[in-house]
Ligand binder design. Structure first.
Ligand code: NDP
Length: 232
């Protein structure tokens, strides 16, 4: 996993992935919406020289996704690991107050973007060393475990992401690219909140080990950060 691209890399779990990939010696393209405000990434770039480049990417911008392979090829030449991490959760949704724009934004960022990004980067992944694409999903996307209405836009979009991962695996496994969906646990980020049980560094560490050891037989699986298989 020497050549890696992470979306939503400026904070939370994405920043933990970048930090640990750099510690593992990787070359990283860290994508975020607003590089001018990504001060922690700037500090990491200063510490790691040209191994880290920061690239502006709003994953809701289809034209920016179209332009991504060129930027990735320039910094990485090939791609060993893609982490589709960027995500949004519209809080406070209850039956009766769900808004159309929340559904659309959640679908675009959480489901559509990982599919389009993986599709755009597939040729670069095909050049990679044991290439993998890790899509950060959520247990809330499990239809089998759906017991309440809350965070409906998020839950629906992550269920859609899970379907995208299964279909991508069908397409990309024969090309040697392992795609899987992983739930990071309940993580202390602005999305997870202070009451969450896992530090971002611990979740990122477990997920990087999980994807590093993933085999072709794991492609298309819906796993938790500890490797447990989750019900669809
Ligand atoms: P945060 O809210 O801390 O970070 C979300 C990241 O996604 C930020 O970097 C944010 O960028 C980025 N992002 C959001 N929208 C866009 C966009 N349109 N374009 C580019 N980047 C965008 O959340 P986490 O770190 O906790 O979440 C990371 C992933 O883990 C998400 O996919 C989330 O669904 C998933 N997850 C998290 C859980 C948790 O307990 N924390 C549990 C289950 C899943 P910006 O700073 O510009 O807003």
């Amino acid at each position: 996993m020497q050549r890696c691209l992470v979306t939503g890399a400026n904070r939370g779990l994405g920043l933990a992935f970048v930090t640990q990939l750099l510690e593992r010696g990787a070359r990283v393209l860290a994508c975020c919406r607003n590089p001018a405000q990504a001060h922690v990434l700037d500090a990491l770039a200063a510490a790691h020289g040209d191994r880290l480049a920061v690239h502006a990417l709003d994953v809701a911008d289809a034209a920016a996704i179209d332009a991504l392979p060129q930027a990735a090829a320039k910094h990485l030449q090939r791609l060993d690991l893609l982490i589709n991490n960027a995500g949004v959760l519209v809080s406070g949704e209850r039956f009766g107050n769900v808004m159309a724009e929340s559904l659309v934004e959640s679908f675009v960022v959480n489901a559509s973007a990982p599919l389009l990004i993986t599709q755009a980067l597939a040729p670069l992944l095909a050049l990679g060393n044991k290439p993998r694409a890790l899509c950060i999903t959520s247990q809330l996307g499990s239809i089998a475990q759906a017991t309440s209405f809350r965070t409906i836009s998020y839950a629906m979009s992550k269920a859609a992401l899970n379907m995208a991962v299964k279909r991508l695996a069908a397409e990309l496994t024969p090309r040697g690219i392992v795609v899987l969906a992983a739930h990071p646990g309940w993580v202390k980020t602005s999305m997870g909140g202070k009451g969450a049980t896992l530090a971002p560094a611990d979740s990122a560490h477990a997920l990087l080990n999980l994807i590093e050891h993933a085999q072709a037989s794991d492609a298309g699986k819906f796993l938790a950060y500890d490797g447990a298989e989750l019900p669809w």
